[in-house]
Design a protein around this ligand. Structure first.
Ligand code: ADP
Length: 473
């Protein structure tokens, strides 16, 4: 698996580190040096002003000798790590802490020009060629009677300042390194919180993509990633379930088609090869007819289911009297009821009860429920159809006192092709599709269907319908 994201993050981290060091090495380094120059210049300027006011003043007023001024300034220069020069405006060096004063042959700085500092009081250069290296030179004028009599100039090698600024900089480098190490924690957190779960999710999607819908994985976190993983897991399990259902459906359809076909073929072959004598033909042809009935019923049910599924909500809604539909449906079962001596009792609300639904489909629901109730009822029993109004809904119940449905099967009876073991003996023609069609119809109306049943006692199917809006007189 590619580790692109992780690499990108690592790369970003390395770039961040490199840029951090580069920034410190360039910006911070020049800023620190500038700061160091300004600070040193300020200190040296104060010192130079002090020297101008004290020693130099005394020297110019002949209160101290040049030797004593030299020795005192020499001590000060060692303390400041700088050399102190006293220069006349003409460029003649009165005193220079680097050399013993020589009054007979004073040093003269060629092209001495104090205005070289422009607006500033310090300058970085080799001081008119007097030094071999770059110096920070701070100028302070010595004034008397509003006239400049000379300058106190203090020089400090720039190398000294650079060294001090580098010392400060190394502290910055250490801080940056510590920061980088600390930010590694973010990288570790990223790996733990984001990257590892993400890899799990990617691996899972690859598995799902390859068709392995049963692949399971878990991300133990309550954040969005955890939610995504749980949703993916759920999605895959739903797809797996629907695939299983699909397979089961095809297997069931094939099975339900094969068994009547096998028996039809068996009987027909037996009749052709004479195993069944001609006088028995009528009996077996009736069986064959029955089997073809079963196949027709199965095909019709499958077509109905398919139409319901594909057309979805296409319903021909109208207001109609449900009582009338119930009576009509009951009438179609009169013959069957007579055979089994089953009586149907109707407890209907009102003479007329208008509902809003697709009449043909609701008639089919009633037909399926009543058909089941009769099939699974014992002889000489009663089936009750009852309607009740509640909160603008009409509850229709079809109740029998037949074989009932085992508790474990209750959940499954609305599934396609499901038949309880109990019912197999009583209903050989059943396809197990009737109730799933019923449920689809009721649900497509936005209504509900429920079952209450006790094995050996009986079953009651209750579904709801929307009442028609009452028209004003
Ligand atoms: P079928 O066409 O086989 O009746 P259904 O989907 O209508 O299929 O019913 C599914 C199964 O539910 C039936 O085979 C039967 O086992 C059970 N069942 C449905 N209605 C009743 C009932 N009134 N009493 C007992 N069992 C029932």
């Amino acid at each position: 698996m590619k580790k692109r994201l992780y690499l990108k993050f690592l790369l970003a981290y390395i770039i961040f580190g490199c840029f951090g060091f580069l920034a410190v090495a360039t910006f911070s380094s020049s800023l620190t040096l500038e700061h160091e120059i300004r600070e040193t210049a300020e200190t040296l300027y104060e010192e130079a002003s002090l020297i101008a006011k004290t020693y130099v003043n005394d020297l110019y007023n002949n209160q101290i000798t040049i030797e004593s001024a030299y020795s005192q300034l020499n001590a000060l220069s060692t303390y400041l790590s700088a050399s102190i020069w006293i220069v006349n405006p003409s460029g003649t060096v009165v005193l220079n802490t680097l050399e013993m004063p020589d009054l007979s042959n004073p040093k003269v700085i060629e092209n001495f020009n104090p205005s070289i500092t422009a607006d500033s009081y310090y300058i970085r250069d080799d001081f008119f060629g007097e030094f071999d290296e770059e110096m920070l030179s701070v100028y302070t004028p010595i004034t008397s009677n509003y006239k400049i009599k000379g300058y106190v100039i203090i020089h400090q090698p720039m190398s000294e300042l650079r060294k001090r600024s580098d010392d400060y900089l190394s502290i910055t480098y250490i801080t940056l390194t510590v920061l980088l190490f600390l930010s590694l924690i973010i990288l570790l957190f990223f790996t733990e919180i984001f990257y590892i779960p993400l890899r799990k999710i990617i691996r899972a999607t690859e598995q799902y993509g390859a068709g392995n819908m049963h692949y399971e994985f878990s991300v133990d976190s309550n954040d969005e990633l955890g939610y995504l993983a749980a949703s993916l897991n759920y999605m895959a399990s739903e797809i797996a379930r629907s695939e299983d259902n699909q397979k089961k459906f095809v297997a069931n359809v094939s099975h339900d088609f094969r068994s009547p076909l096998t028996s039809i073929r068996g009987y027909l072959e037996a009749m052709i090869d004479g195993t069944i004598p001609p006088e028995m033909h009528e009996k077996y042809l009736n069986i064959v007819l029955n089997e073809t009935d079963r196949l027709t019923k199965l095909t019709n049910s499958l077509l109905t289911l398919n139409n319901l599924n594909t057309k979805g909500m296409v319903l021909e809604m109208s207001d109609f009297d449900i009582n009338q539909v119930i009576r009509r449906t009951v009438a179609t079962f009169e013959g069957t009821c007579e055979q089994k001596s089953i009586s149907i009792s109707l407890i209907l609300t009102g003479e007329e009860m208008m509902v809003h639904a697709d009449m043909t489909k609701i008639q089919q629901v009633l037909y399926n429920l009543l058909d089941n109730a009769i099939k699974f009822s014992h002889n000489n029993s009663t089936i009750t159809i009852e309607t009740r109004e509640k909160h603008n809904k009409l509850f229709v119940s079809v109740k029998d006192s037949g074989i009932g449905i085992p508790k474990d099967s209750l959940k499954m009876i609305f599934d396609r092709f499901y038949k309880t073991d109990l019912s197999r003996g009583k209903d050989k023609k059943g396809t197990g599709l009737g109730l799933s069609i019923t449920k689809e119809i009721i649900h497509s109306h936005g209504e509900n269907i429920n079952v209450i049943s006790t094995e050996g006692v009986g079953s009651e199917f209750i579904f709801t319908l929307a009442q028609a809006d009452e028209e004003e007189d």
